[in-house]
Design a protein. Structure first.
Length: 511
């Protein structure tokens, strides 16, 4: 007969192995190769350019443009502060700018596994971790310099900490929850308050002892700490802060219920299925319902379920527009719900159906026969049944996830760095000319180079050439092709629509 203490020690060792596997797999998935590709989308460039200006001007409190408060950017600059720390260590590189978001995405996988394992069992934790690790859209967006991975991590920490705070001896965890709420608000302004909304609703429904004390701690700390930034900015810019907060963000979101600007109502659901490898949304919904119905998991179900509902209300119903990465912060909750359907109390048929569908979807993406893959998923589900081996099945599941992210599902660069262009520029004597301030990409690739916005005509370009006459002149896409050869310049490199003109090249050709 096995002693209870021996069983507990064995279970603790296996849980440690699970945690180690999911941690290694997460960091292998999100960290390597971050600097091997160029900046890819609007938001990456926006946050990078904002950090660039804050560093150049020595203005660390909020994003600026031409030395003034940038109402267009408008959000609290937590991501920019993290960029500054990363740049201080790794230099002004794509790797440094992507590292905070990628680290947050990797930690989100870890926390999803921990929350699901501790509350729903090791099988649920392993499947929730597997689901995120195998999701290429989740990995792709998590490896970009975006706010959403930070928002997702802070939501997980806030909700997970509040779960602990709701225990009889867990009041101190409400402080952790409050700090995570503050970080969430400082990451994305009004949207960052969604974890607090979920906590308030859950406490109101459950009505557990000391609910008001927990709410006062979590909500008070969250609003107080984040409010310090809003107060400091208001002292300096006054009504401009509310113009950004209310006009650009709050009304800009709510007005989407009345008008659709390029967004369809089904976009949210389609992106959710894409991130879950086409597992039907019903898997996540049924998992959430199961968690809410069962008494022992009801706090978990209500906290994460209400957060997911609020997130859908904001981005799936109210928002004027929808971009794929807006969904990112809700994906971890969906993975926990799916884990709930896979964990305790689930039979072989349901596990086989879910694992088989997931395996077939991965095979379809890899362009291999999905039938053997689906059968392998069924076989893996079978390992969760026999008493003699099912304790090892979660570790095996996570080992398979690690093998996949090291091999066929390893993220690969899709946007190469413009190396030829960057190596040709004389960074000490060059000017970057833009058609508008929103051309961010090469501002980030060339942080040392001065930038001028000259419109789309030749007048501004020729005026700058006459007055400053730099060795290298970089023209952004959209600028007119002017007669720069008459000014002693020749075209040296063309890439991504950018053109590099050089006096040195022209002089070499004349010689």
């Amino acid at each position: 007969m096995v002693r209870p203490s021996t069983e507990r020690d064995g279970a603790a060792r296996l849980f440690f192995v699970d945690s180690l596997l999911v941690t290694v797999a997460a960091f292998v998935c999100f960290i390597p190769g971050l600097g091997a590709e160029g900046f890819r989308n609007w938001d990456e460039g926006l946050y990078c350019a904002a950090t660039r200006e804050m560093l150049r001007e020595g203005h660390l409190l909020y994003a600026i443009h031409d030395g003034l408060f940038d109402a267009y950017y408008g959000k609290p600059p937590l991501i920019n502060w993290l960029h500054m720390l990363s740049v201080k260590v790794f230099g002004f590189t794509p790797f440094a700018f992507r590292l905070p978001s990628a680290f947050a995405a990797a930690m989100s996988v870890f926390f999803v596994h921990q929350i699901a394992s501790r509350h729903l069992g090791r099988a649920a934790g392993a499947f929730a971790g597997l689901l995120l690790l195998l999701s290429l859209p989740y990995a792709e967006l998590g490896r970009q310099s975006l706010i959403e991975p930070l928002l997702g991590l802070f939501a997980l920490v806030a909700l997970g900490a509040h779960l602990h705070a709701m225990r009889p001896d867990g009041m101190r965890w409400a402080v952790v929850s409050g700090l995570a709420i503050a970080a969430s608000i400082l990451a994305k302004q009004v949207v960052g308050a969604l974890p607090l909304c979920a906590i308030v609703l859950t406490e109101a429904v459950l009505r557990r002892p000391k609910a008001l004390t927990r709410l006062a701690l979590a909500g008070g700390i969250g609003l107080l700490v984040s409010g310090l930034w809003f107060s400091a900015v208001y002292v300096r810019v006054g009504p401009l802060l509310f113009e950004s907060f209310v006009g650009d963000h709050l009304i800009g979101r709510v007005s989407g219920v009345f008008e659709q600007h390029g967004r369809r109502a089904i976009d949210y659901g389609q992106e959710l299925e894409l991130n879950l490898y086409h597992l039907p949304i019903i898997v996540a919904i049924l998992g959430a319902v199961k968690l809410v119905i069962q008494r022992e998991t009801r706090p978990l179900g209500l906290l994460f379920g209400s957060y997911a509902c609020f997130h859908y209300l904001v981005f799936g119903v109210l928002s004027r527009n929808f971009l794929p990465w807006y969904l990112y912060a809700a994906i971890p909750s969906a993975a926990i719900f799916a884990g709930g359907l896979f964990g305790k109390g689930s039979g072989f048929e349901l596990r086989a159906l879910i694992l088989g569908a997931l395996s077939a979807s991965v095979a379809y993406f890899l362009r291999v026969d999905p039938i053997p893959s689906a059968l392998f998923g069924v076989f893996l589900a079978l390992l969760y049944e026999p008493l003699s081996i099912r304790r090892y099945a979660p570790s095996l599941t996570l080992f398979i996830a690690l093998a996949l992210v090291l091999g066929p599902l390893k993220p690969r660069p899709t946007e190469p760095l413009p190396r030829a262009f960057l190596e040709a520029v004389d960074r000490e004597d060059a000017l970057l000319l833009l058609a508008n301030r929103y051309q961010f990409t090469y501002q980030c690739h060339l942080p040392e180079v001065e930038v001028r916005v000259v419109g789309d005509g030749c007048v501004g370009i020729h005026r700058i050439v006459r007055t400053e006459s730099p060795n290298d002149l970089i023209l952004a896409p959209g600028l007119s092709v002017c007669e720069l050869h008459q000014r002693g310049y020749s075209l040296r490199v063309r890439q991504d629509g950018y053109r590099l003109y050089s006096k040195r090249q022209a002089e070499a050709q004349r010689q």
